[in-house]
Design a protein around this ligand. Structure first.
Ligand SMILES: *Cc1c(COP(=O)(O)O)cnc(C)c1O
Length: 237
């Protein structure tokens, strides 16, 4: 099977699982945005994914984002593609990302939110962001602790050129029960912050190739899929 056909067929299978999981949470599949994480593939694979129906792509490194966006200029059909940033962002890289992406999922400190604010103000734009929360308290992961998220949400919301849309997390790997707990903890934290601040915070960015069905069942509105979209060797979950 050629690669374009693989991406199309895999997408149909993913959409079926998304619809089933959305139904289990009393929602329609439209409530869930599929974000195709293109960090391990080239622009040709992105173009195939776009042709198959993916409209939102994400990168986790500023330099690779820039490289992809430059490569995309050779593909007129990719001009309208949405790019998101999903990886840890150092404050000195903020200038490369603000204005180049639609949504920054991975805002993991107040300092970073403030750096985004300064850059956005200079450009005269408002930048939609999510606060990344380390809900399971894993050493290896970045993100606000749940306590710090509660402590700082108000300050983030007060930034004039940053628009807080919701929360993001990465769940513990290889442990379905722990992943489900992380997703429901994220949703509960969102509900708490929404109540504390009076802001809607509609978006929950959680769920990856191994665990997106669980994430959707627990309320995810954006799933970030890398391997299952792009890697023929990845066994469908
Ligand atoms: C790589 C990556 C993903 C996608 O992971 P898969 O397991 O390949 O689906 C999602 N989110 C972030 C932040 C990533 O870095």
């Amino acid at each position: 099977m050629d690669y374009a056909a693989f991406i199309r067929e895999r997408r149909a299978e993913i959409l079926e699982r998304v619809a089933d999981a959305a139904k289990a949470s009393g929602r329609s599949a439209d409530a869930v945005t599929l974000v195709a994480v293109s960090k391990t593939v080239g622009i040709e694979e992105v173009a195939d994914a776009y042709a198959a129906g993916y409209a939102v792509f994400a990168e986790n490194r500023p330099q690779e984002l820039k490289r992809k966006q430059q490569a995309a200029l050779a593909y007129p059909e990719l001009a309208s593609v949405r790019w998101d940033m999903i990886g840890h962002l150092q404050t000195n890289k903020v200038k490369d990302v603000v204005g180049a992406v639609e949504l920054i999922h991975s805002v993991d400190s107040l300092r970073l939110a403030e750096a985004i604010e300064r850059r956005a103000e200079r450009l005269g734009i408002t930048v939609p962001i999510l606060m990344e929360v380390n809900v399971a308290g894993e050493e290896s992961k970045s993100g606000f602790s749940p306590e710090d998220a509660r402590l700082h949400a108000e300050q983030v919301i007060e930034l004039a050129h940053v628009s807080l849309k919701g929360l993001m997390c990465m769940a513990p790997a290889h442990d379905a029960a722990a992943a489900r707990r992380a997703f429901s903890d994220l949703r509960e934290l969102r509900d708490l912050l929404a109540r504390d601040t009076g802001c809607q915070l509609d978006e929950l960015s959680c769920g990856m190739s191994d665990d997106y069905a669980l994430a959707i069942e627990e309320g995810s509105t954006m799933i970030r899929l890398g391997r299952t979209v792009f890697d023929p060797a990845y066994a469908l979950q």
